[in-house]
Design a protein around this ligand. Sequence first.
Ligand code: ZN
Length: 402
Amino acid sequence: MTDEGRRNVRDLRRANRARLLRQLYFHGPLSRQDLIQATGLSSASVSNVVADLLDAGLVVEAGAVESEGGRPRILLRVDTSCFEVIGIDVGETRIRLERFDLGLGELAALDLPVVGGSLDQEAVVTAIAAGLAELSADAAAPLLGVGIGVPGIVQHQPYAVVHGQTVGWDAFPLEERLREHTALPLFIDNGATTMAQAEMWFGAGRDADSAVFLLLGSGAGASVIADGAPFRGSTTSAGEWGHLNVQYQGRLCRCGARGCLEAYVGAEAVIARHAEAAQTAGAAGIDAADEEEALRLILATAEQSGPAGDAARSVLDETAVRIGVGIANVVNFLNPQRVIIGGWAGLALAPVLLPQIREVVREHALRLPYSLTSIDLGALGADAVARGAATLPVARLLEAGA
Ligand SMILES: [Zn+2]
């Protein structure tokens, strides 16, 4: 056989291994017969590839099922204890680090507060390095890698550089800086994109081909899934939903422009608008330790009667309108099957505001795309960004098939 022939055989075997591993990861436990049916590979190929995966320790036997008239069929599943992964959510209110098994079952977690509410680059590197050291020390299996979701646009040149215009990160060389502290493989992506991947794999995006995931935290971001994969645009910045202009010459946004959606619907903006509304109404302001507590207090105040309750309700009503108009634009422009709202602020606001938001979308979107779109909350909670970051090294393993 020629060199090229040998290479083709090797590539084919690797591609088959990736197909079977992926099938077992997302749909296991399965028998060899199930794998033949699901992948269309021959019985001999499946036997060979399964033998490879068993040898590599990635797959183990998981009992047997009776088959009609024949011998019992052995079930196979991915051995989720053979590797561990770490996922990190670099948020504007805290940095969350989580260690998972290969099946993304949580094993340990660590929350580090962001001091002073500003994402100082040195402080972020120091916090991640310390958290990684702590979480890695207790790992019971080799660590496959570390995924990190960040609040900014990520470019790989080839090392990941983060452009976080709203948090003052100007081409922050995060990967190179973390290289000084760890030898583990690093995978860095935008936090909304990692949240979307977690929801696509395990949550509200399962079985969707086209979906838009909205991340509401201190600011607002989004990830667009088209044909099952993230749509990134020409330089990976697609999905900057928070900087859609929704008000000509409107409120000043953290990006420097006026009238961005984020200047109305991010937690930072909701809290600022509430302070202004409370002052105008002559009501007491909110005294909170951080943004998460402030948002909780605004939601609680809106339940009260009197000027303070009126002020809080007016701010939340406007927030619902702004989010609804923002989603109507998304529905008209992208025609997604699903719009999923996540992020800590989204998960705090949307349970209360969702009926109003849906109504505003209905009023502003075209009838046909609106009628085919569902608008719901994320299913994985506020740690979806960290969990999604942890899927990045797992996705690499599934692609490679080894
Ligand atoms: Zn902006």
